[in-house]
Design a protein around this ligand. Sequence first.
Ligand code: IPM
Ligand code: MN
Length: 368
Amino acid sequence: MKSYNIAVIGGDGTGPEVVREAVKVLEAASPKFDLKLHYTYYDLGGARYLRTKEILPDSILQELRQFPAILLGAIGHPEVRPGILEKGILLRLRFELEQYINLRPVKLYDPRFCPLKDKTPEDIDFVVIRENNEGLYTGSGGFVFKNTPNEIALQSSINTRRGVERCIQFAFELAEKRRAGKPWKGLSAADLAAGKKSQLTLCGKTNVLTFAFDLWERVFHMVGNKGFPTVKRDYAHVDATTMWFVKSPEIFDVIVTDNMFGDIITDLGAMVQGGMGIAAGGNINPQGASMFEPIGGSAPKYTGQNVINPLAAICAGQMMLDFLGEHDAAQAIENAVIKVTREKIKSLAAGKMGYSTSQIGDLVAQSL
Ligand code: IPM
Ligand code: MN
């Protein structure tokens, strides 16, 4: 029997409710796959901050480093000024644990839930790899002449060669191994004849951000030339990428982009796959403590009502098992989510599912 220590941070709003269902499903899957998960719960978030003024104590950060994986609900509290908890907990964890990849699959499980006309699960199945430690998120910047008419606000996008390279390297490796080497259906006859099996799109803005994305583009080709002959290289500007997400999502296989663009396009990605109720992501340090979360927020207005959709958190649990190397258990959870999505749930939106939060958790657990 394999065992893993998992840190659990329910966090704010509906976070604890959805994480409870994710743990329920993990617990139902574990004995079937000879796994034992040991959970350690951490009280972090707005409630703790309002009570104690502590955001993320250093001692907890040190403890969290020791876990192979962290399951996170949501961070963000209506009574705390925006930025304090997001920067102090979520971004601090991403940075200090060097979770330099934010992996966000965009996969449609049921055409009923796609807002795009005539798109099917065949058309919407791609992955966004968002750089997660740099770009506009580092907090580098400042004010000059604050509160005067001459005020200047600076917010710098930081792009290091090392940071860009490790992100792009991860993206090529993922593109290479996705679908276990079976060719992606979007390839042309010419691509197949040239030995291509998958596609990696660099999403940037080389026409305006001529420093940052010049570096990204050079590193993209440098890494590609070093040993990914089966990965077709593609490029799209970020604005065009949003257009294609809506018009022709089937043209994407794997996308790599910077932190800010990745943040923006993955909310759109979440909508085309059915909404925040189903979208999950992983903050990954391939060598360290990685953190898995539903990508929607804390949804304060639904807190405590047992109406929020826990599928995104359940999918975060699935991604966590996959990251831990438990591929069969992860696949079983995904299959169960697909079954419940296709056969039971009426809507993926909070309060409209036809079931409560805990009933959805039960249904997935029973479908394993
Ligand atoms: C996300 C969120 C966060 C981000 C916020 C809450 C800081 O929007 O995970 O996408 O911008 O990264
Ligand atoms: Mn976001």
